[in-house]
Design a protein around this ligand. Structure first.
Ligand SMILES: [Zn+2]
Length: 310
């Protein structure tokens, strides 16, 4: 395992930081792991430090605590605070206490405990469960702003944006980055700037930016009205006009996909969604799986992203 990790890490040896995520919960849950849930995590921390130190002596090892709170509930056993104590008891010479990472959102995350113990503490902003198939653009201008405010209020050392599905979520990432770097600028201006950078067109950006808050409301659910989705898709089409770039295509296809996902059940949905994605270069790779994922996409959109456990 360690030689495999070292081999992989070599590809990324110029990075400044390496994050260790205990996916999930970080041990195999055999009788031995259950007896001491922290032990497998601490072994991985040690291994990660050895590997990173060998390849990139200057890189930082950050440790994610997510989602220990969920596992504590599921296993009926708390171990997060013990993990903090044991990490605190083994500081690394020169590096000091390790940088810890958790979600900015949950009150049950370990941000405050860890911060009180003087660990450098960073929060990630991440809008959805990675296990949902929703690969489309998901702009969250107000949620992002609220999360950045939490990072400030809790006096954490830093916040950063998680960007999965980097192509389709790039605009949401840009909004997040603008919000983190310019919290003093009015939200509408920040979002419009992000749209301008992303689309490369000032007029389209000014027309699209206000629609992203409607988009945010639509995906918050629960049970969005299919007519609202169709109406928003038509407004987005008008906002983008004749703009024909891969970025404009991501925006257009994303909102039309939401409208298709929400369309009444008596229509042949999956084939229409597949056709929509097949015609869009950024989403073409998803077209063959659209039928298989359609039910999960529908559940996700109908539930509302912020009602899905993550
Ligand atoms: Zn085990």
């Amino acid at each position: 395992m360690e030689s495999f990790l070292a081999h992989e890490w070599n590809w990324f040896r110029d990075c400044d930081a390496f994050q260790l995520w205990f996916y999930d919960p970080g041990g195999c849950l055999c009788a031995r792991c259950r007896e001491d849930l922290c032990a497998p995590l601490l072994r991985q921390v040690e291994m990660a430090r050895r590997v990173v130190r060998a390849a990139s002596p200057k890189a930082r090892v950050e440790i994610s605590l997510w989602p220990i709170w969920a596992w504590e509930r599921r296993l009926g056993k708390s171990y997060g605070e013990e993990l903090l104590d044991r990490l605190r008891a083994t500081p690394v010479p020169k590096e000091g206490l390790p940088v810890l990472v958790d979600s900015a959102e949950g009150d049950d995350a370990f941000l405050e405990e860890a911060h009180a113990l003087r660990f450098p503490m960073r929060a990630f902003l991440f809008s959805t469960n990675v296990e949902t198939p929703f690969a489309f653009l998901h702009p969250l201008p107000r949620w992002t702003e609220a999360m950045v405010r939490r990072v400030q209020d809790k006096r954490l050392d830093a916040g950063y944006v998680h960007s999965l599905f980097p192509v389709s979520k790039e605009l949401a990432t840009l909004i997040g980055l603008r919000t983190l770097s310019q919290p003093e600028v009015a939200r509408q201006d920040r979002v419009r700037d992000a749209c301008r950078i992303y689309l490369g067109d000032r007029g389209a950006a000014s027309r699209l930016a206000p629609l992203l808050e409607t988009w945010e409301d639509l995906l918050a659910g629960p049970r969005p009205d299919p007519a609202d989705a169709r109406s928003l898709a038509a407004s987005v089409d008008r906002a983008l006009g004749a703009l024909s770039t891969p970025e404009a295509d991501v925006v257009r296809t994303s909102i039309h996909a939401v409208a298709e996902i929400l369309a009444p059940l008596d229509e042949p949905l999956a084939p229409r969604l597949s056709r929509l994605l097949a015609a869009s270069p950024p989403f073409r790779a998803f077209a063959p799986v659209a039928a298989a994922e359609h039910a999960a996409l529908r559940t996700f959109v109908q539930t509302g992203w912020n009602h899905v456990h993550y």
